[in-house]
Design a protein around this ligand. Structure first.
Ligand code: ZN
Length: 137
């Protein structure tokens, strides 16, 4: 299974990191880590841009991260109009691991603030598609 089932709009159907979608289906939000130098990547990469190794392993994004920045969209790219308004954010999970994604619609108004604790959570979208979002920890 490839990326044709990922997210609201898929921009590609096949990639070297297709397993990301299967892992989401199994309930795991995952990144890749370089076995040679230890650098972690999210979105997952098949090759390490630090040491150029292709020897990568999957790891699950567990625990809580801290919201660094966020923005609520009132205009959206093509294909995402029906989801408006929605909030995107950058969440720091460890010193070298930041994730970008959507915040749950359940986090509203004053609850939303920088430094709040969030979890990366797999979600099922209509038509059998899968994605992830950040939910309150
Ligand atoms: Zn590396």
């Amino acid at each position: 299974m490839g990326f044709e089932r990922f997210g609201t709009v898929s921009f590609t159907s096949k990639s070297k990191v297709d397993q990301f979608v299967d892992l989401l289906d199994q309930g795991r939000v995952s990144g890749t880590r370089c076995r040679k130098c230890g650098k972690s990547f999210f979105p997952p990469r098949a090759d390490c841009f630090t040491c150029l190794s292709a020897d990568m392993e999957w790891f699950e994004i567990t625990g809580t991260g801290q919201l660094i920045s966020y923005s609520t969209l009132i205009y959206a790219p093509t294909g995402f109009e029906q989801d408006l308004p929605y909030t995107i954010g950058l969440v720091q999970f460890s010193k070298d691991l930041k994730l970008f994604g959507r915040l749950s619609q359940e986090i509203k108004g004053e609850k939303m603030k920088v430094e709040m604790k969030l979890r990366a959570t797999p979600i099922k979208l209509p038509n059998g598609r899968v994605s992830y979002e950040f939910r309150e920890a």
